[in-house]
Write a protein that binds this ligand. Sequence first.
Ligand code: BEZ
Ligand code: FE
Length: 641
Amino acid sequence: MEQFDYTARPARIVFGRGTLGRTPDEVLRLGRSRVLLLATPEPAEAGDRVAQVLGDLLAGRFDGAAMHTPVEVTEQALEELRRCGADCVVAVGGGSTTGLAKALAVRTGVDQVVLPTTYAGSEVTPVLGETENGIKTTRSDPAILPETVVYDVELSATLPRALAVTSAVNALAHAVEALYSPQANPVVDSMALDAVEHLATGLRALADGVDDLEVRADLLRGAWLAGTCLGAVGMGLHHKLCHTLGGSFDLPHAPTHTVVLPHAMAYNAAAAPRAMDRIAQRLGVVDAPGAVYDLIVAAGGPTSLRELGMPADALERAAELATATPYPNPAPLTRDGIRELLARALTGERPGTAPGPGGAVRALTGQVVRSFDGVAGPRLSGLLQDLVRRLHAFAADNDMTQEEWQAGIDFLTRAGHITTDTRQEFVLLSDTLGLSSVVDVLTNSRTPDTTSSAVLGPFYVEGPPELPQGTDISAGLPGTPLYVDVTVTDTAGRPVADAAVDVWQSNEDGYYDVQLPDLDGPVLRGRLRTDPEGRLRFRSILPSEYPIPTDGPVGELLTATGRHPYRAPHLHFLIDAPGHRQLITQLFVQGGKYLDSDAVFGVKQDLIVDFEPRTGPTPDGADVGDEWRQLTFTFRLQPTG
Ligand code: BEZ
Ligand code: FE
């Protein structure tokens, strides 16, 4: 059982587009009415916009926020706070303005409303770093945490693309290190994993040249979640290393995080395998550190400390500083290890993989994935690369043995041998694994206004006989008589005339005509056309449940796993009408067997229909003896174009 401590930190979050306009309401909500606006001298635009919306609530403005929150600047701002009699501060900008707001709050108790323009995340932490005489001190206090954060996606979109990349990776680092923090807990874990997903989605879009409000919304949402993690649990090697590099070599904050993160992850990978697996899973990759590196490269972020101005001969000193005071981290901190990490980061090498089979598999996967880089169009290359990643992960995660691999190959070989023009074992395999139904849902059943589709199945025959309305397609075969009366309409309910409707079904014993070589000609199948009212009537027999073919490897699989091979009783339809999307579907007999356990997972709720039991006169006046059934249904087709 997992044991954990978790402290919720009270802060109000207002997230969306154009939320900057809600700032005055947020000030009033706190019971405040005199605002000191904090901003940076450049760019002045964001400050001007907030000043404008604040209107009469604006009591003063201080534009001098500076990096690392120097105490001298805080004192000037304090003077302005007192002079204008403000009862709260509104800070708009990055880490510097947020830092200044916090510094004022911890000294005077004023309430803070923060509007972040970067992904730094400090607006949701109770931590303040200040500098005095060149020395940086950090403190944590609940009074430091801003009361309200207004995230405006439009405002964040003013952050230039290159800065957005490094700032987003900075945020990603909070989420990554939260997952292997000694204080990690399930609440923070979920936020961290969501942050990883949102940030990676945003960064991938930037890498693909897409930069719109949706992309910025992903990045900002990830930044908020990641910042919350930063405020909730302690960080490890990555943050300490960046702190050392920034402080001692004056390297820029977010770009340093961007360069170091993949290397810090690789350093910790073997010691924090669960965290890495969870990150890799959210990213849809096998090798999380390598994938983060690749994402940074693709998004055009910096990859080497050298390009940030780190001198090559500073490695030893940096390694010494970074290991001088011990702190919790998954992998033990050794001077040699850190020097090696820094040497890679200095030149921008792709992070090395860990030794052992895990490392070798990651390296192999990377090699194979890269072999498909840019082949024959992005779709094919993307599909192949993802297939390789998942196949490799499947083998690795299950520790697949040579014998198991061989059994899989033998299975596929037998499936190949039994497959002919009329027997497709691979489709049957896909059907029984539910894959055909997944693809069917993805391709055909996205709109709730149209009738759901269902798999075609192997018993469809192209070009069935054209039959007039009212035909008995059972041609007198034994079974409960069935009268079908269906209508074809579009999504607005307008009848679709002259639609070609192919129908096919099994006989009373569960066989299709193509399975019965002694049967004379096509039976229980045909093509009929709707009348001007979109109506179609024909006669048949009630279909019954039947087993899918079990004489091949798919049958062996079902037997070996204790699964039955039966399909729930159904009638197939393939409807073609000009100006409409083709509909391939099945109607299932309500109350029929196996509706809950159909062997190919093809049953959908709206396709289960009452094949109503009737007695007495039939629609065509035929004398059918006892009971007969009536099927009435309306198919709704999606108009094209
Ligand atoms: C069928 O409904 O005809 C069918 C579908 C998938 C596999 C086997 C049969
Ligand atoms: Fe069928």
